[in-house]
Design a protein around this ligand. Structure first.
Ligand SMILES: Nc1ncnc2c1ncn2[C@@H]1O[C@H](COP(=O)(O)OP(=O)(O)O)[C@@H](O)[C@H]1O
Ligand SMILES: [Mg+2]
Length: 426
């Protein structure tokens, strides 16, 4: 049951009742474009995810689990924006100005034009925006913001939705960038960022395993840029530090020649990333052996164990299989299949894969390797990180010029073939 606000004549909200029509259709070529003067940001990882800086008048939602670092990241962005572009208003409904100041000191943020206010009332927030005339406003969080005209409590679907659409209007009218912080609630869809996705222009999610240092900022919707772009940050004492070369960071702790480890070349948005996939297969005591994935989808893992058993003759019915993607990354694309399968195969046979090899390719049900998109950027990234050989699905789409210097590209038709080539013979 979602409460709806019925507007009465007295709650005039700046909207005219049915009067003369003021809008007028114009020809496409007559429409003026102001080439979207974006507010640039020195934080490359953030900027790229947005599609290159903030677009004035846009409403951006930054979602994520509580404690993942949303307030930290946005306070840093607010400080930088204030120093570069003008006043920024940081509205917090969760922390006092004192607490925010303490965080700012820890993050070493000094910004003359950064204004703080603790406020939860939507109307007060709108008044503050009118008074401060900021270039950017951060509302932390949308779940604490409430409209007095609704009787439901703050954080309910109707409150969250109403506040967001009012802020959207203000952003469009005044050109201020408004960033909403949304906590992902335990109930998932209810009153969390999901109910806002259609209202806002851009949806970013800050993800990561709280026990790992790395945080990924991912765009899932963007009216002004590509989606599924990823920015990588590291959470340290001084705040969120961007990681300009994440592949290197993800591979830093890798132990070459350890059985059950393989390097996958995945693509996050438009960016290729190398990650280490680890697997451990050990004898089970259960009637139903366990399949425990961390960082990949359980259904992908079930499929790969079945293919390994039937097509590659590596029996897994009596083994528990654990898979872990290093760095807290969640890989959703099937191109990582090959590396996952090789890591499992290596663990069962207790044979490491060649240390100078990287892998990508989707595994089909017949054990065949299927082509994946964007070969060139993947190969380039592998070569850049010093890999000498790359096992990929055999396809015709690869021209000799696409292969980076010093990298040997080995095309395989099947997983069986790849296992044979990748694992070091004992
Ligand atoms: N003094 C500190 N030193 C290092 N990390 C801290 C410190 N205080 C808080 N943190 C980290 O900051 C995180 C909280 O980030 P925050 O931006 O408040 O999250 P969110 O706004 O997403 O709930 C916590 O995970 C905590 O570990
Ligand atoms: Mg917070």
């Amino acid at each position: 049951m979602v409460e709806q606000l019925i507007e009465s004549e007295s709650t005039a909200r700046g909207r005219k009742s049915a009067g003369p029509v003021t809008s007028r259709p114009v020809r496409l070529r007559e429409v003026e474009t102001d080439s979207l003067d974006r507010l640039s940001l020195p934080v490359q990882e953030f900027s790229r995810v947005l599609g290159g800086g903030f677009v004035p008048g846009s409403l951006i939602l930054v979602g994520g689990d509580p404690g993942i670092g949303k307030s930290t990241l946005l306070l840093e962005i607010a400080g930088l924006t204030a120093n570069l572009h003008g006043p920024v208003l940081y509205v917090s409904g969760e922390e006092s100005a004192r607490q925010i100041k303490m965080r700012a000191e820890r993050l070493r943020i000094e910004a003359e034009d950064l204004f703080l206010v603790t406020e939860t009332s939507l109307h007060a927030i709108l008044d503050h925006i009118t008074a401060v005339r900021p270039v950017m406003t951060i509302v932390d969080s949308i779940q604490t913001t409430y409209d007095e005209n609704l009787t439901s409590s703050a954080g309910s679907v109707s409150q969250v939705r109403e506040s967001a659409s009012r802020l959207q209007e203000v952003a469009k009218q005044s050109g201020v960038v408004i960033v909403l912080v949304g906590h992902v609630t335990k109930e998932g869809a209810i009153a969390g960022p999901r109910v806002l996705e259609h209202i806002v222009d851009t949806v970013l999610y800050l993800e990561g395993d709280p026990f790992h240092r790395y945080r990924l900022l991912r765009s899932v919707k963007n009216r002004f840029g590509a989606t599924s772009e990823v920015g990588v940050f590291e959470m340290v004492e001084q705040g969120m530090v961007e990681v300009p070369n994440p592949s290197e960071a993800f591979l830093a702790e890798r132990q070459a020649n350890a059985p059950g480890s393989a390097i996958a070349v995945t693509l996050e948005g438009t960016r290729p990333l190398l990650v280490e996939v680890q697997a451990l297969a050990s004898g089970t005591t259960f009637a139903n052996p366990r399949r425990t994935p961390n960082g990949i989808d359980i259904n992908r893992l079930l499929l790969l164990t079945a293919v390994l058993t039937r097509r590659v003759h590596i029996p897994l019915h009596d083994k528990d299989v654990f898979v872990n993607v290093i760095g807290g990354l969640q890989i959703s694309e099937p191109a990582a299949d090959l590396a996952v399968a090789l890591a499992i195969a290596g663990s069962v046979k207790d044979r490491p894969v060649h240390a100078d090899m990287a892998f990508f390719g989707e595994v089909g049900l017949s054990g065949e390797l299927r082509a994946v998109s964007q070969l060139e950027p993947r190969l380039k990234e592998a070569a850049k990180l010093g890999f000498k050989r790359c096992i990929v699905p055999r396809t015709r789409q690869l021209s000799a010029t696409a292969i980076p210097k010093g990298l040997e590209v080995i095309g395989c038709r099947s997983l069986l073939e790849a296992v044979d080539l990748a694992l070091i013979r004992s």
